[in-house]
Design a protein around this ligand. Structure first.
Ligand code: ADP
Ligand code: ADP
Ligand code: MG
Length: 649
């Protein structure tokens, strides 16, 4: 076994690997960028090496600098995590050329699966069922359209170099093909530097079922399946193991295909074989097709760990250091059911817009596995993906594991940034999902209901008002104001742009009557706890300018300073600003152009995603204040619309 490994990654996956290394008596070396100087993975590691600037290209993607760091710290192996350099065969070769071990497959195996078309061709040859389609040597638009016709609509255009759902377009009818092809190729070119595409039959009511495989370079085993059908825009949201409705017959067929895929390329280490499954008539052994293989540890690997009892990182380190596969297929068993939910800093109602911010308060429920790379006080920066944590629950049955997930989400406390917590909570209580009725279209179909905001209850507002007034603190020195009679005050809170007036009547430091919308809430302190109308109050935190009540997945209120109120509402609806730092990929606005509310004015690429910036109202473009290709800061003015009076004149 190695005595020291370097982890060429950051965030939760770096922390995850460090934990197992420590448990195995292996020293860990972290690497970090300028943005991550005080990050959790740096604190956890035994040694940490600074490798460069905040942009991935200046640090986490610099293979040469990382290899130097490994040599300098005496590491014998490099664990790549996922993302960054994990599926880069040139990096694997450089690691090996430096006399170090890459914890993962060979460069050759990564190359075999690197491009979706070549991987599909290889799998077809090996007898693994693949989605019917065209594997694209001829990239002529007319030819591709004809191929789509032969396959039969609907079809999916996919970038052969694709990943993370990018460069992919669903085309329902021939008339839409040409436009979809142009935009898929454009996206593929910028994201992967390769605009080649393949065309696939679009599977109706698709389910995404993948198999965890593990190889020693010759033989492989599978560690059962994961169902990742709960997706939005082809990205996974909640994953589970095993797949609901899986039959022994189908599992045997899919497991054998996954193992064959891994053995065909002499796979070493942990990998995932992804299949698309036709869910329209139940799970049938002839209704699954190979989609791609991810030659790395996957984000959702913890659900597999929960149901098999295997520590996949431990297996990775053991096999990389030369040990045989730790278990044979017959020794691997399924135990119960597990879920994973991905908690992100993102604004779900605004189209899952990634968010940034300081996590003023972050608490995970006791007894739940929470894989995270951040702590209270840490920043979600714009440089990396905005994942906060993964919550993993396990139970003897699917119903119990799901109930635990739902409870864990309810008990998770995040303040300081907008998150998808409420959305995950709504999903965990979705009836179709609870019934095991999953397909990749579930979220889109029920989006409206899943993002529905619930009005805060009167007691939550009362609690926020008390917290904003500083009345929840144990107040040793303020016991006496009942001597002067009840104290009255008015508090204004803002939530979702609306102002809520609350009237407080303090009877003593431990008794207040709070009037919200004509209703009186009696707040009384007993034994150090606040009781509101007879019920124990929720937790609440007050940060610089926000009060967060931990009910309904976190309710934020902004106390309004009466002096500041005039300042509000002046309205910046005329200036379109960058919501976060990023690269201005496209600018569609031209001075003098007439636009309508909702028109796309620009595209900003930030946090690995593209964001369309829309016109906030009808009007005329007065000025374009930035240029295409520019790196812009958050809040930078990009486009200004003419004032309505000017426009009318
Ligand atoms: P796959 O869809 O291939 O299974 P994973 O979900 O395992 O992919 O994630 C693959 C990579 O994409 C990881 O590097 C992860 O950091 C990144 N990723 C996943 N989801 C997001 C997201 N919402 N925003 C940005 N990056 C993401
Ligand atoms: P990526 O490399 O971006 O992860 P995948 O090929 O794994 O790309 O596809 C991502 C997602 O797109 C899948 O999880 C699935 O939801 C959907 N998808 C892919 N291929 C098909 C298909 N042929 N029919 C229907 N949905 C598909
Ligand atoms: Mg995939």
């Amino acid at each position: 076994m190695f005595n020291t490994i370097l982890i060429a990654n950051r965030g939760e996956i770096a922390c995850r690997v460090i934990e197992t290394a420590r448990a195995m008596g292996v020293r860990s070396v972290a690497v970090y960028s300028d943005a991550d100087r005080a990050a959790r993975h740096v604190e956890m590691a035994d040694v940490a090496v600074h490798i460069g600037g905040p942009q991935p290209a200046e640090s986490y993607l610099r293979g040469d600098v990382i290899i130097e760091a490994a040599k300098a710290t005496g590491a014998q192996a490099i664990h790549p995590g996922y993302g960054f350099l994990s599926e880069n065969p040139d990096f694997v070769e450089a690691v090996e050329a430096a006399g170090l071990t890459f914890v993962g497959p060979s460069a050759k195996a990564i190359r075999a699966m690197g491009l979706k078309d070549a991987a599909k061709a290889l799998m077809q040859e090996a007898g693994v069922p693949v989605v019917p389609g065209y594997l694209g040597e001829n990239q002529d638009a007319g030819h591709l359209a004809a191929e789509a016709e032969t396959i039969g609509y609907p079809v999916l255009i996919k970038a052969v170099a694709g990943g993370g759902g990018k460069g992919m377009r669903l085309v329902e009818k021939p008339a839409d093909f040409a436009d979809a092809l142009t935009s898929a190729k454009g996206e593929a070119k910028t994201a992967f530097g390769n605009d080649a595409v393949l065309i696939e039959k679009y599977i109706q009511q698709p389910r995404h079922i993948e198999f965890q495989v593990f190889g020693d370079g010759e033989r492989a085993v599978h560690l059962y399946e994961r169902d990742c059908s709960l997706q939005r825009r082809h990205q996974k949201v909640i994953e589970e193991a095993p797949a609901p409705g899986m039959t022994e017959e189908m599992r045997a067929a899919m497991g054998a295909a996954a193992v064959r895929a891994a053995e065909t390329i002499g796979y070493k280490g942990a990998g995932t074989v992804e299949f698309i499954v036709d869910g329209s008539s139940g799970l049938r052994p002839d209704g699954f097709w190979f989609m791609e293989m991810n030659t790395r540890l996957q984000v959702e690997h913890p659900v597999t760990e929960a149901v098999t009892g295997v520590d996949l990182v431990e297996w990775q380190l053991r096999v990389a250091s030369g040990e045989a596969l730790p278990m044979a297929q017959e020794e691997l068993h399924l135990n119960g059911h597990a879920f994973e939910a991905r908690l992100y800093a993102e604004d779900v109602p605004k189209g899952f817009l990634p968010a940034t911010g300081r996590l003023a308060h972050l608490v995970f429920p006791k007894g739940t596995r929470a894989d995270t790379g951040v702590r209270s006080g840490d920043e979600i920066s714009p440089h990396y993906d905005p994942m906060i944590a993964k919550l993993i629950t396990h139970g003897p049955t699917r119903a119990v594991a799901l109930q635990k997930l739902s409870a864990a989400l309810e008990q998770t406390q995040v303040a300081g940034t907008v998150t998808n917590l409420g959305f995950l909570g709504a999903l965990s209580r979705h009836e179709g999902f609870a019934g095991g009725d999953v397909d990749t279209g579930l979220i889109a179909r029920d989006l409206e209901r899943l993002v529905e905001a619930h009005a805060p209850r009167a007691q939550d507002i009362a609690l926020a008002a008390l917290a904003a007034s500083g009345l929840l603190q144990p107040a040793e020195n303020a016991t006496g104001f009942s001597l002067w009679g009840p104290l009255n005050r008015q508090i204004v809170l803002r939530r979702d742009g609306e102002e809520i007036a609350v009237h407080l009547r303090s009877l003593s430091s431990v008794a207040h009557d709070v009037e919200v919308d004509g209703q009186i809430i009696e707040a009384r302190q007993h034994g150090g706890h606040w009781i509101l109308n007879g019920a124990l109050a929720s937790s609440v935190v007050v940060t610089e300018d926000l009060v967060t009540v931990f009910a309904g997945y976190g309710l934020e209120f902004e106390p309004v300073d009466p002096l500041d109120r005039e300042m509000q509402g002046a309205g910046h609806a005329s200036v379109i600003e960058a919501p976060m730092p990023g690269l201005l990929k496209a600018l569609f606005a031209k001075a003098g152009q007439e636009v309508q509310a909702g028109d796309r004015l620009a595209v900003l690429e930030a946090m690995k995603m593209e964001h369309a910036l829309l016109a906030p109202r009808d009007g005329v473009v007065a000025e374009v204040l930035a240029s295409e290709g520019a790196q812009v800061e958050a809040g930078a003015a990009l486009v200004r619309l003419a004032d309505e009076e000017d426009a009318a004149a």
